[in-house]
Design a protein around this ligand. Structure first.
Ligand code: PDD
Length: 285
């Protein structure tokens, strides 16, 4: 069942409002939260980011308590039908209003939430992906998790047309991130990733991986790096809620390092696996 603005719908039942600003302007925000073993993973971190996105866009959203309560109802509905690992999709738009560019003052936010099965990408995490380089033509507030995803979908489409699995984005030769994941490069035992500026989404998995690397005494450098640096990296990998930690073994037709899944990414994957397991037991909201 899909929760839309206070009511429940089946997937094939219409529940949209034609003048919802989410449809007309992409005027809204979203989060994708992992459900492992029937429990939300890193719920508070996602709520915090949602609240930040809302604040940046002067968007009024339901309270964290309200959102958490509804999320549990969604999870309850999901669990009646499925037992697989899943994702919760949550979107909040500025609401319904006669079409106008300025933010209307009297709208009510429209909340949509649902959970669908999503298996962990085991195969990809073990074998790695092939990626291509694509121009990052997105807007300059990629730190806001907004519904405007055309830049990302377009990039992913270009990658698909190039015959590869993922797009690595760059702005004038400086690597930013992937289409729906952050990017890390390993060089001489250190891991490098773009700093958490306006040019990337501040990934929750990115932050977890930085912490796990520090725990493993792997130095982390949060500095922008070039396409050339990425092409000479020993290892590349992406991180995200659905991709977890997935190696990139080929970039623009050239093997990354020796073309095999590297040892640092494997150490991080192992640490992440343990982190998920701990979180599964400790967070039972
Ligand atoms: N995407 N960068 C971008 C552009 C993203 O869209 C995402 C997440 C990430 C990773 O963030 P996190 O680790 O917090 O999931 C980085 C979600 C999963 C999506 O749009 O499906």
């Amino acid at each position: 069942m899909y929760y839309v603005d206070g009511a429940w719908y089946k997937p094939d039942e219409p529940a949209i409002f034609p003048e919802d600003r989410g449809y007309q302007f992409g005027d809204g925000i979203y989060e994708v939260v992992r459900i492992y073993n029937g429990r939300f993973y890193q719920w508070d971190e996602h709520m915090l980011r949602l609240e930040r996105s809302a604040k940046e866009l002067s968007l009024t959203i339901p309270t964290r308590t309200e959102l958490t309560e509804i999320a549990h109802k969604v999870l309850g509905q999901y669990s009646l039908q499925f037992s697989e690992d899943a994702i919760l999709y949550m979107q909040i738009t500025r609401g319904v209003s006669e079409r106008q560019f300025t933010f209307p003052s009297n709208t009510r936010p429209i909340l949509t939430m649902y959970a669908v099965p999503k298996l962990r990408p085991i195969q990809q995490m073990q074998n790695g992906l092939r990626a291509g380089l694509v121009d990052d033509i997105r807007w300059l507030r990629c730190d806001i998790k907004s519904l405007n995803l055309l830049g990302a979908t377009w990039a992913k489409q270009q990658a698909t047309e190039q015959g590869v699995d993922e797009a690595i984005l760059h702005r004038n030769g400086t690597i930013t991130e992937a289409t729906s994941a952050n990017l890390f490069a390993v060089k001489d035992g250190k891991i490098h990733t773009h700093p958490a500026t306006n040019l990337i989404l501040h990934g929750i998995t990115r932050q977890t991986v930085i912490q796990l690397a520090k725990n493993l005494d792997i130095p982390v450098v949060e500095e922008a790096f070039s396409v050339n640096f990425a092409q000479l990296a020993d290892e590349l990998f992406i991180t995200g809620t659905t991709s977890e930690i997935t190696p990139i073994i080929e970039l623009q037709g050239t093997p990354v390092g020796d073309g095999k899944v590297g040892t640092i990414v494997q150490r991080l994957q192992k640490a992440f696996e343990e982190h998920i397991a701990i979180d599964r037991n400790s967070i039972t909201k």
